[in-house]
Write a protein that binds this ligand. Structure first.
Ligand SMILES: [Zn+2]
Length: 558
């Protein structure tokens, strides 16, 4: 306006209640104010007042949802040739413009190609991607952001100060949060609350009206889950159900609670990132102290999976309760940092372990190149094979030494497998997603902790005879644990139970998907060592295992 470069069409895009039509009316005033055109319309002249009252003949507001056909747009075009009655411009504000039909857009496009000089269009939409590019390219486009939480709160504070309403900051935050970035929703929620409770607003009434899960109950439930107290966790969930919350909102509240716990554990100024009162944050802080970030993340994954199966479930509360039990029974996962630290100490304490035995390999990526020299005592062992061997073996108890006179079995070169085996090949009658879900549940029934370990994995191959599960590099901890023979057997049994046929299960790293070939290689590699080299290797393995047992105060079970 200041540069006298007013466009003929503006497009205001953004979520509902962020001020698009309000801004459109302000722009109309700026164009038609008697003291304008001016970026600062006076708001008091008769042109401005008429616009405020919705009585201006020169401002035409059209609801795109109810005037979406070509006939309405043709009628509109008919009116364009009339000059404005008193202002400088005729301003057409079309709200929800994405609702127009294709034909209506085409008719509109013709107008936009040759706009009359006295006409300004302002289109408002919540769904920018439904508007044809031909229209968008002829408009000046503005994208309206959601109103920030603090922006909504300060606007509401302005209202309570003007109207003498007493409300706690917790309730204000709850209302602002429920509005999800829409100032209009925040104001109407606030009006409802005041209409219901009067000017002395009670926190509990607000929670009830908004359908929020109370922070106290939420903290109780999360704390019980983390303490692995399934009974208390179930009781709190039942109590929430009695209060009238549905399964979806409870699961979302739990997810949000876990999110807050992670924020509390990973940021220096969590209060700015958690829209809760100080007292509620303190409550969660206590819960956060008894769990690691990895624990919480594992719980979060369970909820995400459960929320998906909640949709279409006959009894959603049953799914919710199973999720709660599962979370309460997931084994505590030591943080990777603490394991890494312990293993590094172990490495320092041991006398120069051979390359294959470097305990750090247990969780770090195996070296890609044959950098390490072969151990002198195992001359037949070639470095590349040593390095390709999966680290799983190193945590296992020593195998009985080979008979000294056992002839070395010649090592067979594995035939390279076609890359296509990595493509998902679901040949089972069960849909791939259902199979993966069912497999996880079956494993969880057998060993709850292993079920949790499986979650970050993904099915790479699922054929009649083979199931290959891949893990990203960051999930090496889960992968190596699952690759242990005993654990692999559990997964294998579960896979066979779910698919109803015999399946070869392989656990691989996504970064090294050919790794699953190594399992087939395992036998020959072991046997190809000379007896004395083998014994020395076994001795070193025993040392490493004993050190691991000492550090983690564990017991060898098998
Ligand atoms: Zn004015």
């Amino acid at each position: 306006i200041r540069l006298d470069r007013v466009a003929h069409a503006y497009l205001f895009a953004g979520t509902r209640g962020v001020g698009k039509t309000t801004m459109a009316r302000v722009l109309a005033k700026a164009l038609n104010c008697e003291h304008g055109p001016t970026p600062d319309p006076c708001g008091t002249c008769s042109a401005c007042l008429e616009i405020t009252q919705g009585a201006s003949m020169d401002i035409v507001e059209i609801d795109g949802a109810s005037n979406r056909g070509i006939d309405e747009i043709r009628d509109l075009r008919e009116t364009l040739r009339y000059l404005p009655s008193r202002g400088r411009y005729k301003v057409y504000i079309i709200d929800e413009v994405h609702m127009l039909t294709k034909e209506a857009f085409n008719a509109l496009l013709k107008t936009l190609e040759e706009p009359p000089p006295h006409v300004v269009f302002i289109f408002a939409t919540t769904e920018l991607d439904k508007i044809p590019h031909t229209i968008i390219s002829r408009c000046q486009r503005f994208e309206f952001k959601r109103v920030s939480l603090s922006g909504i709160v300060s606007q509401l504070e302005h209202i309570i100060n003007n109207e003498g309403i007493s409300i706690s900051s917790t309730s204000l935050l709850r209302i602002a949060k429920a509005a999800e970035g829409s100032m209009r929703d925040a104001q109407s929620l606030f009006d409802q609350v005041v209409a219901y409770t009067g000017i002395e607003v009670d926190d509990r009434e607000v929670g009830h009206l908004l359908g929020n899960v109370g922070s106290e109950t939420l903290a109780q439930c999360l704390s019980a889950i983390i303490r692995q107290d399934a009974e208390t966790a179930l009781r709190t969930v039942d109590a929430l159900q009695d209060e009238g919350h549905d399964a979806v909102s409870i699961i979302r509240a739990l997810q949000e609670g876990l999110r807050h716990l992670i924020v509390l554990k990973t940021t220096d100024h969590p209060a700015e990132l958690i829209p809760l009162s100080e007292a509620d944050i303190d409550l969660l802080q206590h819960v956060a102290e008894s769990a690691s970030v990895e624990d919480i993340y594992g719980l979060f994954q369970v909820l995400v999976t459960s929320e998906q199966s909640l949709r279409g479930a006959g009894n959603p509360f049953l799914v919710l309760e199973m999720a709660v039990i599962r979370m309460a029974r997931i084994g505590r996962v030591s943080s990777l940092d603490s394991i890494l630290g312990a293993l590094q100490n172990l490495e320092k304490g041991l006398p120069e372990p051979a390359a294959a035995l470097q305990p750090i390999d247990i969780i770090s990526e195996p070296p890609a190149a044959p950098a390490a020299a072969p151990p002198p005592a195992a001359p037949q062992q070639t470095a590349p094979v040593e390095n390709e061997e999966p680290p799983r073996d190193r945590l296992q108890p020593p195998a009985p030494p080979l008979e000294p006179d056992a002839p070395p079995v010649p090592k067979a070169e594995p035939a390279p497998e076609p890359v296509s085996t990595l493509e998902p090949m679901p040949t089972s009658a069960v849909a791939p997603d259902d199979f993966w879900q069912a497999l996880q549940e079956n494993v969880t029934e057998r060993r709850p902790m292993l079920g949790g370990f499986l979650q970050p994995g993904q099915v790479l191959t699922h054929s009649d005879t083979e199931l290959v599960i891949g893990f990203a590099k960051g999930d090496d901890f889960f992968r190596t644990n699952l690759m242990e023979r005993e654990n692999l057997n559990v997964v294998q049994a579960a896979a066979e139970a779910v698919s109803g046929r015999s399946l070869q299960v392989k656990i691989v790293s996504l970064d090294d998907p050919k790794g699953h070939r190594d399992q087939a290689e395992e036998g020959p590699v072991e046997a190809s060592r000379s007896p004395s080299a083998n014994e020395e290797l076994q001795q070193r393995k025993r040392e490493v295992i004993q050190s691991v047992v000492d550090i983690f105060e564990g017991t060898i079970i098998t």
